[in-house]
Design a protein around this ligand. Sequence first.
Ligand SMILES: Cc1cc2nc3c(=O)[nH]c(=O)nc-3n(C[C@H](O)[C@H](O)[C@H](O)COP(=O)(O)O)c2cc1C
Length: 164
Amino acid sequence: MQTVIVVYSRTGNTLKVAQALAGILGAEIAEIRCQRNYDGAVGFLRGAMDSVMRRKPSIDVAQVVAQPHDLMVIAGPVWTGRAAAPLMAFLAGRPKLPGRVALLLTHGGSNPAKALAEVETLVGAPLAARLALKEADIKGDRFSAPLTDFAREAIGEADLPLIG
Ligand SMILES: Cc1cc2nc3c(=O)[nH]c(=O)nc-3n(C[C@H](O)[C@H](O)[C@H](O)COP(=O)(O)O)c2cc1C
């Protein structure tokens, strides 16, 4: 199954999980790069404001996303209760999505239900799988079991042996 993981990560939590998932699925990673500076404390506030105001920053994504895939995993952090602004900018660009789309969000501990639901609406079809992981569990390397379950659900073949 040809899989691409489209990921935005400001501080590395989501990227860490995306890299583990890429190992499980044998997937390519396409990072969303953002021209807007979200670094440091000022960047944090800018990110929070952009999320609240629903601003869509300019982004670049590797061309690999435009190639045909069977599964796309969209991954990024929660900002102010929503999927982070760069991820929302990616979806607002109406990317060509494959038949199977799965969503992976990371967060600091607040309920991610609204962010998951909002992305599913933008995708326009039921998600093949969804997972929200807490930052503390990522930093503590306590995400392997839920990530493996997510990977199996995403590919839709529970008995298929996974790589890694
Ligand atoms: C601007 C901003 C807003 C955030 N808002 C929330 C939030 O509403 N709820 C939450 O649980 N975590 C929130 N977080 C924490 C991140 O979701 C969490 O640290 C995430 O794992 C960061 O992923 P990353 O390292 O891939 O960027 C926020 C972080 C930032 C930078």
